[in-house]
Design a protein around this ligand. Sequence first.
Ligand code: UDP
Length: 242
Amino acid sequence: MDKPYKRVLLKLSGEALMGDMDYGIDPNVVETIAAEIAEVIKEEIEIAVVVGAGNIFRGIKGSAAGMDRATADYIGMIATVMNAMTLQDSLERMGVPTRVQTAIAMQEVAEPYIRRRAIRHLEKNRVVIFGAGSGNPFFTTDTTAALRAAEINAEVVFKATKVDGVYDSDPKINPNAKRFRTLTYGYVLQNDLKVMDSTAIALCKDNNIPIMVFDLSVPGNIKRALMGESIGTIVGESCDVS
Ligand code: UDP
């Protein structure tokens, strides 16, 4: 096993919290994710989490239905706070100290995002959950993950997905499809691979932050990934098909 990381950023999409449901939050799934994070925090790895809201509301969908895009995006950002608080609740019930920080102030329920305070929480081994995206419409929580990772000096962004990495072709169609162990940012951008949106990839590239794509649905994978096992695809400076 490679060496474990010291400070990481975990990006959980809204869909990750939805499980097999069509909408909303599956408490059992959140519980499972929280239990894995609780295991990792014992290893003194500092963990920040960015949560999405695709399980509740996406700005782009709202705007396709005729809404003003910026308004729809603000609704999407507010929806992420529900996911953040749900994860917080689960973690705290497991005895893990946490803080939610939001990029849109809502001080009755969470701290405002303050970078230096977030870093202090991490140093005290609290899980910091970033809600309300970046606070800006026209962005995604993937880009927020890249931004916050750069701000807090995280060594890596973990992108939890429903696939076990990035392939050279669609493994559902091509049985000989090969999984990349590592992949360059440039390859992802040029081939428009849906690892994260291009703004997020570019931000990670500019700041030299690797992105590890891994399958969240396999039990134990959060721990494996965060402890430094190479279980998915790492987007960074090199390219290697396994
Ligand atoms: N959003 C935004 N700015 C941000 C982050 C998120 O406007 O910085 C909005 C946007 O409408 C987005 C929604 O919040 O669709 C939910 O985030 P996202 O789609 O990234 O969630 P995920 O796909 O990770 O579940």
